[in-house]
Ligand binder design. Structure first.
Ligand code: MLT
Length: 317
């Protein structure tokens, strides 16, 4: 039986997801990650596809999407759709879906890993010992227990971070206009306005999408209002923090350290001052990079596409 639907996969997708698509004889699967770096070739390839599965490496810009007539569905294997021009897609009648549940725990665990690593100087202490030094006093850390953590964004990931931070004995403040104060309290989180959050927290972590409203949510004014010695973790999106303002706050000693998993742009330039800053711990957007999360988002993405193209059912995960 000839395949009815052609699906393009332009970012690395776990093989379990590809297998789900390939097991359905109605689907022809074309995997080509080189397209992610070539907008013109991507546009041409999409002209011959019914659906596309992407992660964060493929930019579906207005130029790439405009005029597409065959393409019916975009599935983001992951949460953030900031690499997709949803407005243009919608105008073209292309449905955009994502898989927000699959990488919640991995991202929450990475956030905790960064909080702990930052507090206990894990990266510099490791580098120092490997270089032949035994600097015990230089790397005296700070305990999480008893400290106040501010969580900006109490969706799936923010809530999972709160639960784990409470397990570490932290006091958790949270801000999210979409979560009722009563529900926040049930979760053990003190609902807190942003203005109050800055001056009360020893640690801050961000779990909001990047939108026009959240871009540079933390900038010079917010750093100025923060408690001296605050530590900041960002596993959400690069543009949420004004990076030059963060560097200035680190240099001034206002911020004791930052752990950054996400950048603007990605990857950051090799000589990026934030990446190179001695008080900054960095990872290359690894929040969702666990075997479990990648399998989960890939399988879910494949199922969403089959349901939509094959059965005509739109299912928002
Ligand atoms: C997401 O938005 O799902 C995460 O940032 C991970 C990713 O981009 O793949």
């Amino acid at each position: 039986m000839a395949a009815t639907y052609r699906v393009l996969v332009t970012d690395k997708l776990a093989s379990e997801g590809l297998e789900v698509l390939k097991a359905d004889p109605r689907f022809e699967v074309v995997v080509d990650s080189k397209l992610a770096g070539d907008p013109q070739a991507l546009r041409t390839a999409l002209g011959e596809a019914d659906g596309v599965v992407i992660r964060s490496g493929t930019m579906l810009t207005p130029e790439v999407l405009r005029g597409q007539t065959r393409l019916k569905a975009i599935v983001r294997a992951g949460v953030g759709v900031d690499n997709i021009d949803v407005t243009t897609a919608t105008r073209q009648g292309i449905v955009v879906m994502n898989t927000p549940g699959g990488n919640t725990l991995s991202t929450a665990e990475h956030t905790l890993a960064l909080l702990l690593a930052l507090s206990r100087n894990i990266a510099p202490a490791c580098a120092s010992l490997k270089a032949g030094r035994w600097d015990r006093s230089k790397y005296t850390g700070s305990q999480l227990a008893g400290k106040t953590l501010g969580i900006i964004g109490l969706g799936r990931v923010g809530q999972a971070v709160a639960q784990r931070a409470i397990g570490f004995g932290m006091k958790v403040l949270g801000h999210d206009p979409f979560l009722s104060p009563d529900r926040a309290r049930e979760l053990g989180i003190e609902p807190t306005p942003l203005a109050e959050m800055w001056c009360r927290c020893d640690y801050l972590t961000l779990h909001v999408p990047l939108t026009e409203e959240t871009r540079h949510l933390i900038g010079p004014a917010q750093f100025a209002a923060m408690k001296p010695g605050v530590r900041i973790v960002n596993c959400a999106r690069g543009g949420l923090i004004d990076e030059p303002a963060l560097i200035a706050a680190l240099d001034a000693g206002k911020v004791a350290g930052a752990a950054i998993d996400v950048f603007e742009p990605e990857p950051p330039p090799a000589d990026d001052p934030l990446v190179r800053h001695p008080k900054v711990l960095v990872t290359p957007h690894l929040g969702a990079s666990t075997e479990e999360a990648q399998i989960s988002v890939a399988v879910e993405a494949a199922r969403l596409l089959i349901d939509f193209l094959g059965e005509g059912r739109v299912r928002f995960a």
